[in-house]
Design a protein around this ligand. Sequence first.
Ligand code: ADP
Ligand code: TRP
Length: 328
Amino acid sequence: MPRILTGVQSTGVPHLGNLLGAILPAIKWAHACSEPSFLFVADLHSITQIKDSKLLKENTYQVVAAWLACGLDTDRIIFYRQSDVPEVTELAWYLNCFYPYQRLKLAHSFKDKKDYIEDVNSGLFTYPMLMAADILLYDAEKIPVGKDQLQHLEIAREVAQRFNRKMGKVFVLPEAMMLENLLHIPGTDGQKMSKSRKNTINIFAPDKDLRKQIMSIQTDSMPLKAPKDPEKDLVFSFYKLLASEEEIDHMRENYLAGGYGYGQVKQALYEFFLKHFAKEREKFNSFVQDEALLDEILVHGSQRASKVAQQTLKRVRHALGFSANDLN
Ligand code: ADP
Ligand code: TRP
């Protein structure tokens, strides 16, 4: 299996969509590789949105704790904080100079976001160049991403090709990898679950908050007594994501029989999540309180990542005719 590289933004505690769509499949894949993969917390990307240092730090620890709670093995995976390997920003600059402004303007993610967020800064616009640098710095070949990131991957590949064509073959061309059935996990409102839409289910939240999120899942207004079609209900779709076939069949019967209200379905889903993620929730709470341990883990990861980053940057600087002597 080829090793992978992927990043998760430190914009808050990862939600169910992040977990099922990115973290769990990435860990599973990376653990099956013979060579170490690269997984990182993309805090440099997060500053496009967050300008509060305390919050940024807190978010990073939460993301790190979440990955570790999901079983990430730091021996088998080079796990680091993006900002701890600043070589990436240098590479991003070079890439910026090799990618046409007119093409960057076509990036969907920027076009979509600029209409509903307040802070539309230049970092947000050049975001795909930093993402390309994340990938190219480590000669990464396979990049697991969700559908929303596919275009960014295309851009990374294209900028690598442009650079290689002009300066000689320096970069490995990366490829997107869709892990399993990368569907868009819906949020509590039925739209794609996303932090920015405030429709998340956060399985690492305290019991009370998790319950509140689940209780806010939108349903129709069928009365309690009426038989209901489970396939049309959002709560059932969450249940189906993780429950066993037997559990799903049982729940389906409840819907079809009638006399089973949405309040009960939601309570059942809440209890199911508590049980299903019991181990992860417990580990998350213990990691998140031990920042010294998290720092130690991240430093170790960044030292390993730096070694690879410096080698690549040396190649790039050499191709550009810049001095590369100060790099190891
Ligand atoms: P958000 O949309 O909440 O800001 P991110 O953009 O930080 O989430 O996404 C981090 C990772 O999680 C990406 O790989 C993305 O594809 C995946 N992801 C995010 N939301 C979902 C979702 N609703 N369903 C599946 N995967 C998702
Ligand atoms: N942009 C990705 C997201 O929002 C996170 C990310 C940053 C990333 N750098 C990356 C993902 C490199 C894969 C590879 O989800």
